[in-house]
Design a protein around this ligand. Structure first.
Ligand code: 26W
Length: 792
């Protein structure tokens, strides 16, 4: 298609697809018309990819995830199809700004945090590597809630991304699958047959996942719940309107909303229904495709690699056994073996409260046949491993982590430290019984979205220095190494960062009325709010710094802006307290004329993928300060390092591997190791001792508890401070002094451009390994046995 062809296709879609007159088209109309025009350019590759996979009889990867934190899709498609210039020119000719049009798209916020975003990065890398794959998930009507602040407190509102045309999805009219819940299992001729009591339809919607250079595309298939029978006209005619609409409303409930918890399972029936709904629909769809391509059931593992993104789809084990044994007559033990040959499981957290355990009663009531099969699987495992102690059902609860482990041929952690801890803690016995099953696949992020697209200034400098090969071969960033002592290169590098910071400062002033100095150090902590991520350690250090500046106003302070963003699970009271405190501290510190030229605090509402893309390229310091042993990997840490923001952090998750690769001189390390954490916890009143030993910490806690930041409600933080001085399970107090000292080292380095910029640039040059392309290659080799069909 010629340039003019593309340019003309935009108004054509506006007129003929949207029926809108260009004269009174809104920005949103133009954005959808442009999306349709860009979409035209990827559908051919998409259909060709599906055809190539079918013709090659290729093994497919199936990535099952309750969450896909996609963000916006228009810019991703433009970047991967290399249409930037064409789009900018076409929009300019229409008198439109590309940045404004792109920013009009709502984020697809179908996830909570790390797990969901990782799934999205993986889908982009699978397409870039030309691996035949499907992502399977739920088409939530409402994604992660919108966050706003009222008097500094988090307020949640429903997110409604689907209230407008979603230009990137295709409703697959022919892909509707019937699923059941409840009911009973009856013995018919010696065969257990499940008669479900409640049925619902799973309707497929496909979204193309295009790869770099637009050579390959895979489908993300999201299921929407619909009633078996539409509208009940009889009831309506009898004037029973509500009842007439009830079946529809009931069915739709299943895919209505994403559960906003990212660490605590609440054992809600609807959550289990969601997990079974998308897992069963996906497995039925996988078997339907396999059988349509003439496969023999026993060969399924040769053609289907099914990855379980945490335990949320772990019901896949018993469901696949049911489909092979109950519905297709395969012998039970062979069905278990065949299922295991397909399934593999990724664990993303060791937090006890995040490990899913469904009550046996609920499982039996909702999925009676699966409960029976879980017991059969447990018995088969006991037969295989007579001395095994760990059972899949304990104290009336089904252990989904253990079930996933037993039904998988490979289990992986998401960083070297995390995988090691899995073997020593939650899966210690299963690891002993199956010593070759656990492997490590350290997380990664897609360089297309998180560097090439989000940071065009730095990308142009890199491409201008080493060519553009790095975009799909990120470890080539190391070719920058020879430039890292070159003053001209470092100037250009610093220039890119400075310009990004100026843009951010401009945006913050315009959108949030916040004035910040682009020359200041932008110190950024953006992630879900959780005690183990220790945003409260950061704000306590901020308070101590403020007090120190007030006490020494003439000292040569390095101006700093503390930027926070992140959502708390609605039911997580302590996390909401942390948000409130940060906002309260910001109000006092930013209004303090004695100190606000040296220190400002900003908490940006409604953190999401698009906000991260705006903040990370403009950041100087990456806060990765979790209690050692708690953050399975982290992926924000990788995005910051690639964008030239050195890390202040603990030896936790992938921080360890980032530090190994950038070098200890280019990483601000502090705090206890995982072993020291265990030892420190055993010290009675460890928090009191730490407070007694550090006056700054004591001073900060005192200010909080005395209401310095809550003049209208002086004692509201008593509980908060009480928790820290008493329990302090995440050792905020015991790591405070080391954190303070590390922050002062940051000040010293930032004050020396000749020290800071080589450090920042080394972070970019040495973290190419953290590409999700490398991670996916690891899964392909160690777990899936899948290969690329890339039409190189
Ligand atoms: C049942 C409620 C629930 C929902 C989501 C429990 C746990 C989760 C996720 C596993 C939490 C999560 O997002 N974990 C994060 O996964 C990232 C990707 O591997 C890691 O980088 C983070 O360290 C980890 O916290």
């Amino acid at each position: 298609m010629t340039d003019t062809g593309f340019r003309d296709s935009i108004p054509r879609h506006l007129i003929y697809a949207l029926g809108t007159d260009p004269q009174n088209a809104t920005l949103g109309d133009w954005r959808i018309a442009l999306s349709l025009a860009v979409r035209d350019r990827l559908v051919d590759a998409w259909l060709a990819s599906a055809r190539a996979a079918r013709q090659a009889g290729a093994k497919r990867v199936y990535y099952l995830s309750m969450e896909f934190l996609i963000g916006r899709l228009l810019e991703d498609a433009i970047i991967n199809l290399r249409l930037e210039e064409e789009v900018r020119a076409a929009l300019a000719a229409l008198g439109l700004s590309a940045d404004e049009v792109i920013a009009d798209e709502p984020d697809a916020a179908l996830g909570n945090g790390g797990l969901g975003r990782l799934a999205a990065c993986f889908m982009e890398s699978l397409a870039t590597l030309g691996v035949p794959a499907f992502g399977y998930g739920i088409r939530y009507e409402h994604g992660l809630f919108r966050q706003s602040f009222v008097e500094g407190r988090q307020v949640e509102e429903p997110e409604d991304w689907l209230t407008q045309v979603h230009a990137w999805e295709f409703r697959r009219r022919d892909v509707r699958l019937r699923l059941c819940f409840g009911g009973e299992v009856v013995d018919e001729g010696g065969k257990p047959v499940w008669h479900g009591a409640e049925a619902v339809m799973a309707q497929a919607y496909d979204t193309p996942m295009i790869g770099w250079q637009g050579k390959w595309a895979n489908a993300l298939r999201l299921w929407s719940a619909e009633p078996l029978h539409g509208f009940d006209l009889d009831r309506f005619n009898r004037g029973d309107y509500a009842a007439a609409a009830e079946p529809e409303a009931l069915a739709r409930t299943i895919s209505r909303v994403l559960y906003p918890d990212d660490t605590t399972e609440r054992g809600k029936e609807l959550r289990l229904k969601q997990e079974y709904f998308f897992t069963a629909a996906s497995l039925q769809d996988i078997l339907r495709r396999f059988e349509a391509e003439g496969g023999a059931l026993a060969d399924l593992p040769k053609k289907a690699a099914i990855q379980l993104n945490d335990t949320h789809p772990a019901i896949a084990g018993p469901e696949l056994v049911r489909l092979l044994h109950d519905e297709r007559g395969m012998a039970l033990d062979q069905a278990i073996e065949t299922a295991r040959g397909c399934l593999s499981y990724t664990n993303h957290t060791l937090l006890p409260e995040a490990l899913e355990r469904w009550s046996e009663d609920l499982m039996t009531r909702l999925l009676p046949r699966h409960m029976q099969l879980i017991e059969r699987i447990d018995a088969a495992h006991a037969a295989e491993k007579p001395d095994r102690k760990v059972a899949l059902v304990q104290e009336g609860e089904v252990r989904m982590g253990e079930l996933a482990f037993v039904m998988a041929h490979k289990v992986n952690g998401v960083s070297a430290l995390h995988t090691g801890l899995m073997k020593q803690t939650v899966f210690e016995e299963l690891h002993r019984l199956h010593p070759d099953r656990i492997v490590n696949e350290t997380n990664g992020v897609t360089p297309r979205r998180w560097l090439f697209s989000a940071n065009p200034r730095l990308s142009r400098l890199i491409s201008g220095t080493i060519g553009e090969g790095w975009v799909c071969d990120l470890e080539r960033l190391c070719e920058l190494e020879p430039q890292l002592d070159d003053a001209a290169f470092l100037d250009a590098y610093a220039g890119a960062k400075r310009a990004n910071k100026a843009d951010l400062a401009g945006w913050l002033a315009a959108e949030h009325g916040v004035q910040i100095d682009p020359e200041a150090l932008f110190d950024v902590q953006i992630k879900r709010i959780h005690e183990y991520k220790r945003q409260h350690l950061n704000i306590l250090e901020t308070i101590a710094l403020w007090q120190e500046i007030k006490a020494n106003p003439n000292a040569p302070w390095v101006p700093r802006v503390k930027i926070f963003a992140g959502k708390a699970a609605p039911g997580y009271v302590f996390a909401k307290e942390i948000i409130r405190l940060i906002n309260d501290v910001a109000a006092v510190v930013n209004a303090d004329l004695e100190t606000n030229r040296f220190l400002k605090v900003v908490f940006l509402p409604n953190y999401n993928v698009s906000l991260a893309e705006r903040l990370i390229p403009a950041s100087d310091l990456s806060e990765q300060i979790s209690t050692a042993g708690k953050e399975a990997s982290g992926t924000g840490n990788m995005k910051f390092a690639l964008n030239g923001a050195p890390t202040i952090g603990t030896l936790d998750g992938a921080n360890v591997e980032i530090r190994d690769r950038v070098g200890e001189k280019n990483f601000f390390l502090f705090g206890m190791t995982t072993d020291e954490v265990v030892a420190r916890r055993a010290v009675p009143d460890h928090a009191r001792q730490a407070i007694a030993a550090d006056k700054r910490l004591g001073g900060a806690l005192k200010a909080v508890s005395q209401g310095v930041f809550s003049p209208r409600d002086r004692h509201c933080y008593r509980g908060f401070v009480g928790n820290l001085t008493g329990h302090d399970y995440f050792l905020v107090c015991s790591d405070f002094t080391a954190y303070w000292d590390a922050q002062r080292r940051v000040d010293a380095a930032f004050a020396e451009p000749a020290v800071w910029w080589p450090m920042a640039a080394r972070n970019t040059a040495r973290t190419g390994w953290f590409s999700s392309d490398r991670t996916i290659r690891g899964y392909m080799a160690d777990i899936w046995g899948a290969s690329s069909l890339d039409p190189a």
